[in-house]
Design a binder for this molecule. Structure first.
Ligand code: KG4
Ligand code: ZN
Length: 338
């Protein structure tokens, strides 16, 4: 018999819900993005995000059930992101899921947002099973994770400062591309010369697998300042191409070193930045050369969505990880804490 999980996600600026069967088959996936609103402010405003989640969450959840041809009676568990993320937005999803679980008597399953991103890889790749190595790159996280088993993660490296997506967003804003920066940088980069400017590729002392993007971001901002002082016109496309190249080089370099040391049988990427075509091409190329399979979710499953929470929620549910009504939003939740 199949297990159907309703996944709910509201940790940042997407209100999302989905119905997922057995952790892999997506029956519906509804995403209400707030990007147009936050674009006006150049980034996510947490208070506005919370209010928009409150306005939209019922329709999104009802839409996910309807699209899947389900009612609550068909759902085995309600999985919800309870961290990490913005506390206000997280609380909306958690409170909604708790209320739904209480009134419908359907078990409530707590899901870690990064675990959700990793599990997005199971959706379109039925053959993918742990163990494998996964690079999670999003607006809030840059983690190199050994997925030893379902629910069993070892973080090999993480960013010491900015996340990769955050760096894209900040540089995009500085060159006037607006929010969210990642997709805009990718588009502009296609028209740019990636050899025009050299940005530093910072190594982090102490850990081979840690990342640092704030130095790279500052180098880009310094370059823009010096152009302005000397009245040199800035070619947006060149800055985008060179910055994207620098970020993707560093991500690829660390992943390559970890593959050489840990010798995983597969490598996957996940998170919003994983929808970047240049990053995907570079990683695929690297894995081809090493002779290991490379996986990435379709872009719609890279950026925040409910399907990834339904996929991760399946494994939590099967392991008996059921939350009580005291479940709380946990903004700084660590990966691997159940
Ligand atoms: O996973 P996600 O939707 O939310 C977080 O958990 O943070 O990731 C959003 C991040 C943003 O920083 C956005 O600029 C970045 O992912 N992003 C991209 C692309 N699409 C989204 N970065 C680079 N290239 C893209 N195509
Ligand atoms: Zn995310």
């Amino acid at each position: 018999m199949s297990i159907k999980i309703l996944g709910i996600e509201s940790s940042c600026d997407e209100t999302a819900a989905a119905v997922v069967e057995d952790g892999r088959v997506v029956l519906s996936n509804v995403i209400s993005s707030q990007i147009d609103i936050h674009t006006l402010y150049g980034g996510v405003v947490p208070e506005i995000a919370s209010r928009k989640h409150v306005e939209r969450i019922s329709q999104v959840v009802e839409g996910a059930l309807k699209d899947a041809g389900c009612t609550l009676a068909d759902i085995d568990a309600i999985a919800v992101t309870y961290g990490p993320g913005l506390v206000g937005p997280l609380l909306v999803g958690v409170s909604y899921a708790k209320a739904l679980s209480y009134t419908s008597k359907i078990p409530l399953v707590p899901v870690h947002h990064i675990e959700g991103h990793i599990c997005a890889n199971f959706i379109e790749n039925p053959e993918l099973k742990p163990p494998f190595l996964c690079l999670v790159v999003s607006g809030g996280h840059t983690h190199l994770v050994m997925v030893k088993d379902y629910r069993d993660y070892e973080v090999l490296g993480r960013t010491r400062d900015d996340a990769a997506g955050e760096a894209f967003d900040k540089v995009a804003r500085a060159i006037g591309l607006g929010y969210p920066g990642g997709p805009k940088i990718e588009k502009a980069a296609r028209e740019g010369n990636e050899d025009a400017i050299t940005f530093p590729r910072a190594k982090v002392e102490g850990s081979v697998y840690d990342f640092s993007f704030s130095g790279m971001k500052s180098a880009a901002l310094n370059y823009l300042n010096s152009c302005q002082m000397q009245n040199i016109p800035v070619v947006q496309e060149d800055v985008a191409a060179c910055f994207q190249r620098a970020v993707t080089d560093v991500l690829c370099d660390r992943a390559s070193a970890a593959i050489d040391e840990y010798k995983p049988t597969a490598f996957a990427i996940a998170g919003g930045v994983a929808s970047n075509g240049a990053l995907r091409a570079k990683m695929k190329d690297m894995c081809d050369r090493k002779g290991i399979p490379f996986y990435n979710p379709s872009p719609i499953f890279c950026t925040d969505n409910g399907a990834m929470i339904g996929a991760a929620g399946y494994h939590e549910f099967m392991a008996g990880n059921i939350a009580g009504l005291d479940l709380n939003a946990t903004p700084a939740l660590k990966l691997g804490e159940h």
